[in-house]
Design a protein around this ligand. Structure first.
Ligand code: F6R
Length: 366
């Protein structure tokens, strides 16, 4: 049942190229310049009329939502607010008929997310769910659904559900961008071309497994970790930190790299490993200079990048070199080494990786 893997989590990490290919399959037209979302149940006209978009979710799915904000604001030019379901449902959100709420849930049964969906409906808004479980409560009660085709996720720590959520958000952002006439066919074609290379690039990222295992051995005794990222990689830093907490029970925090000097830098010493997600994009130099600040205070750095430059190597104790892709899709790639890092640290620590203490796969009570 684990297909030769030691844990479901490891199996599910390795299933990501397939899960992502399945999530894309059937959703691109023949000319490869349009996204097809059959179960959205909202016409182009309806979609074009929304003036407010909320993304609401819990945990890892909320982290996917944070990346979704970058995608939708950039590609569809609609302002997006992302909220945690247990906050949203109690704060009298500004929902009306011109509001679309996008709820994200792997299980489709998370109590707070379901309550947020109902709250949006009661206020007259429409709801679309990004969901992995067909016919789950959240899928059934939403006006439309974009299913992630990750297949069953058994490990409590979410991996392939997360990356397929990112892909579903990307598809939705492209669709909305076309409907709102913010993207030309040429731009759509370019984005879709990049998307179609994603499964292969993920295969390449998975080849880092052995290197990551040996780095994990080196750092397994740390009692705290800091994760840094900027822009669309900041949510990936949060997700990396959550993954480590959940399965290895090591305290970890995610921070936007530029915010470090406003407090967390006080924590830096030789005992605090810092994991930095630093792809070659517009803020690359800024993140490298954040890394240099950490190094100057004795901090140890593990970096994840598609850039093989000497300044990166000299600022890092270990570099996980991932393949390159468009900046909009890079968060899918950088997620993989972070999953593997927490997995291997947990295995070295001997925790119950697939069934971590105090956690349930589906949180059906508030
Ligand atoms: C983290 C994790 C949880 C879930 C959260 C939401 O690895 O699994 O944080 O992401 O409980 O669950 P869903 O997506 O089923 O609503």
């Amino acid at each position: 049942e684990k297909g030769g893997y030691r844990h479901f989590m490891l199996k599910e990490i390795h299933e990501q190229p397939r899960a992502i290919a399945d999530t894309i399959a059937g959703r691109i037209n023949e000319d490869k310049d349009r996204v097809l979302l059959h179960d959205l149940n909202l016409s182009d006209d309806q979609l074009a009329q929304f003036d407010r978009l909320y993304i609401v979710a819990c945990g890892t799915s909320w982290h996917a939502g944070l990346v979704g904000k970058f995608l939708i604001e950039k590609l569809a030019r609609l302002s997006v607010e992302v909220d945690i379901a247990s906050e949203f449902r109690y704060r009298q959100p500004l929902v009306n008929e011109r509001t679309l709420t996008l709820v994200i849930s792997q299980s489709g049964e998370t109590a707070d997310t379901l309550a947020a969906l109902r709250e949006s409906h009661e206020r007259g808004g429409k709801v679309v769910a990004i969901c992995n479980v067909v016919e789950s409560s959240i899928a059934r009660e939403s006006d439309g659904v974009i299913y992630t085709h990750a297949g069953p996720e058994i490990g409590v720590a979410s991996t392939k559900a997360f990356t397929t959520q990112l892909v579903a958000l990307f598809l939705f952002a492209l669709h909305l961008g076309r409907v709102r006439t913010m993207l030309s066919s040429e731009q759509l074609r370019e984005q879709i071309q990049a998307l179609l290379t994603l499964p292969r690039k993920l295969e390449q990222a998975l080849e880092l497994d052995e290197q990551i295992e040996s780095v994990a051995r080196q750092f397994m005794h740390a009692s705290d970790f800091l994760y840094l990222g900027r822009g669309n990689q900041y949510p990936i830093a949060l997700e990396g930190a959550l993954k480590l907490k959940e399965i290895s029970y090591i305290h970890a925090e995610g921070y936007p790299a530029g915010e470090m000097k406003h407090g967390p830098i006080a924590l830096i010493d030789e005992n605090l490993p810092v994991v930095v997600v630093v792809p070659k994009n517009d803020t690359y130099e800024k993140v490298v200079s954040n890394m240099e600040e950490v190094r100057a205070r004795g901090g140890q750095i593990i970096s994840i990048s598609d850039c093989d430059s000497s300044d990166l190597h000299s600022a890092s104790d270990a570099v996980f070199a991932v393949p390159t892709i468009s900046d909009d899709l890079m968060p899918v790639i950088t997620s993989v080494p972070l999953q593997l890092l927490s997995y291997h640290i947990a295995v070295f620590k001997g925790t119950d990786v697939d069934q971590p203490r105090n956690l349930a796969k589906s949180v059906t009570v508030e």
